[in-house]
Design a protein around this ligand. Structure first.
Ligand code: TPP
Length: 246
């Protein structure tokens, strides 16, 4: 029988443990396809964050380092500077990148480190049980905002891609989603371009993925995809903020 669909070689052959409807699996696949297509499995080094993203090292057949919470861009900076020919990327959640790690991401981007940052924004602290993250939407119920996020006391959701866009050190900045087949196809193009930016030694690339967390959002996978469309995208618009697809 002719195979029309197969696992990228950069992914391990083990079943995923992510919750049903979680988007990490789709994003992993897109990253793995890029690694395979650019033929960089032997020179790529991933830096995983703390949170559900950490399981990167279980699912990728590549070298992966684990950074302390939020510190992936700092660790990746050291890895890349010590190995300028390596392809170095971080893979971070919103609690990791936009809360405890805000300082590291801002300064790595501002320094123009030649890194590729993959930011998975699911608007909650997923692994620890659904607490409010900086990206939690106004009125969104979480375990620490049981009556909904009140912006008067809990502040506003942070739009990280827009902040990255304003820094002189960044070369490519985009926000994308994988909630529909069309968005997945677009995401692949964006991710490929983000890879090229580092492969061409151009500089810092940042791709924000709007991602689902059906377990902590307390809804099924289908409704979670709809929530991304109806609630998240209006607040976090999909766009290529800096740079362009070739
Ligand atoms: C220094 C430190 N503080 C707190 C924690 C606990 N902790 C583990 S995962 C996590 C939240 C991660 O949230 P996010 O980055 O949004 O990732 P997700 O699980 O949603 O993918 C926290 C606070 C930790 N591991 N280390």
């Amino acid at each position: 029988m002719e195979a029309v669909f197969k696992r990228p070689e950069s992914l391990t052959d083990i079943p995923t443990h992510f919750c049903p409807g979680c988007h990490h699996g789709i994003i992993h696949r897109l990253v793995a396809e890029c690694i395979d297509e650019f033929g960089i499995r032997e020179k790529i080094i991933g830096v995983a964050s703390v949170g559900c993203s950490v399981f990167l090292y279980d699912y990728f057949l590549i070298d992966v380092l684990e950074a302390p919470h939020g510190r992936a861009p700092a660790v990746a900076t050291g890895v890349k500077r010590a190995n300028p020919n390596a392809f170095v990327f971080t893979y971070q959640g919103d609690g990791d990148l936009a809360a405890i790690g805000t300082s590291e991401i801002i300064h790595a981007a501002n320094r123009g480190e030649k890194l590729t940052v993959i930011f998975v924004n699911n608007t909650v602290f997923g692994m620890t049980g659904g607490q409010m993250a900086p990206t939690t939407l106004p009125d969104q119920e979480t375990t620490t905002t049981p009556y909904g996020r009140d912006v008067e006391t809990a502040g506003f959701p942070i739009r990280m891609a827009e902040i990255m866009e304003r820094l002189d050190g960044t070369k490519f900045v985009a926000r994308t989603a994988v909630n529909t087949p069309k968005n997945i196809i677009k995401s692949k193009k964006i991710l490929r371009r983000a890879f090229e930016v580092q492969l061409n030694n151009e500089g810092f690339a940042f791709v924000e993925f709007l991602s689902s967390c059906p377990t902590n959002w307390k809804m099924n996978a289908q409704k979670a995809n709809q929530r991304i469309q109806d609630v998240m995208i209006p607040y976090f618009p999909l766009n290529i903020f800096k740079g362009a697809l070739n």
